[in-house]
Design a protein around this ligand. Structure first.
Ligand code: PMP
Length: 305
């Protein structure tokens, strides 16, 4: 990824992609205290626009607050920088990655005395779990790794260090021939995917774990809540067990990268008909209408670049 043309926004300046470098004694590299976002811009009917930019920036600032990192830029500056990066790289649709990290002035667990840095990169990124997965559904494995407990790492922060857990779960699932992992919380209830929130459909009602299961408060999750309201589909947040998914009618993941991805199998057991279910398809289609600017009700969720 490092060797390509383009621009990356670093601490207020557009830097050539290949020159966007940091020192090996960077605090975050050693101790893992950093926060980031995953944002998407779509080539909408009205031109390129960032989806729910303000919500992503708000979450980035909240993540920084939780990890006691003082943001050196305002939300307005970070919003504008994200739009500028998309423009500078001449991208029509893309993934945007803001990252906040602690600098290299000093090491030691205490980060005090170090500078806080921000960078924003953007690149083209298609369906995260594959085009075929979007249509047919993906195969998921319940992870042997437990999701973070809410009082160990802070689960409402999109923290860099939280992703070691995601990486372990994802690698295990891929090594075992699955597409993605599903993690349970420390009490054994369903939490979320390695980088996605999870939803279950049973008898026309949609269920998703409440955030006490350690799941990230996903912006796509919140978008699905709005879609369900519009479609008149009841949605309930509750504790969910893995066997509830085995006997569900449908199941799907959501995330900025994963968008709305159907799940056709969990632990080698087919869910419902073992393909994308009709309610999942409806939500997927409503989601793509919104992000592509085809639903005027949500025009304010799209910020032109
Ligand atoms: N959970 C985790 C662990 C994630 O990394 C993500 C992706 N940011 C999500 C859920 C989904 O969040 P969002 O819809 O805001 O991308």
């Amino acid at each position: 990824m490092a060797d390509r043309d383009g621009k990356i926004w670093m601490d207020g300046e557009m830097v050539d992609w290949r020159d966007a470098k940091i020192h090996v004694l960077t605090h975050t590299l050693h101790y893992g205290c950093g926060v980031f976002e995953g944002v998407r811009a779509y080539n909408t009917v009205d031109g390129t626009a960032v989806f729910r930019l303000q919500e992503h920036t708000d979450r980035l600032f909240n993540s920084a607050k939780i990890l006691r990192m003082t943001m050196p830029f305002s939300k307005e500056q970070v919003n504008e920088a994200q739009r500028a990066v998309v423009r500078a790289n001449k991208l029509e649709s893309c993934y945007i990655r803001p990252l906040v990290w602690i600098g290299s002035q000093k090491l030691g667990v205490s980060p005090k005395g170090n500078q806080i840095h921000v960078m924003i990169a953007a690149w083209a990124w298609g369906a995260y779990l594959g085009e075929e997965g979007m249509k047919r559904g993906i195969r998921v494995k319940t992870s042997s790794y437990t999701r973070h407990h809410v009082n160990i790492t802070m689960t409402q922060a999109k923290a860099v260090s939280n992703y070691t857990n995601s990486i372990l779960a994802n690698m295990e699932a891929l090594d075992d021939g699955y597409d993605e992992a599903l993690l349970l919380d420390s009490s054994g209830f369903v939490s979320e995917g390695a980088g996605e929130n999870v939803f279950v459909v049973k008898n026309g009602v949609i269920y998703t774990p409440d955030l006490s299961a350690g799941a990230l408060n996903g912006i796509t999750r919140n978008t699905v809540f709005a879609i369900c309201k519009d479609l008149g589909i009841e949605i309930v947040q509750k504790r969910i067990t893995r066997d509830e998914i085995y006997i569900a009618d449908e199941c799907f993941f959501t995330g900025t990268a994963a968008e709305v991805t159907p799940i056709r199998e969990l632990d080698r057991l087919e869910i419902g008909a073992g393909s994308r279910g009709p309610i999942t398809e409806k939500i997927q289609s409503a989601f793509f209408d919104i992000v592509n600017g085809r639903n005027a009700k949500y025009a304010n969720w799209l910020t032109k670049v």
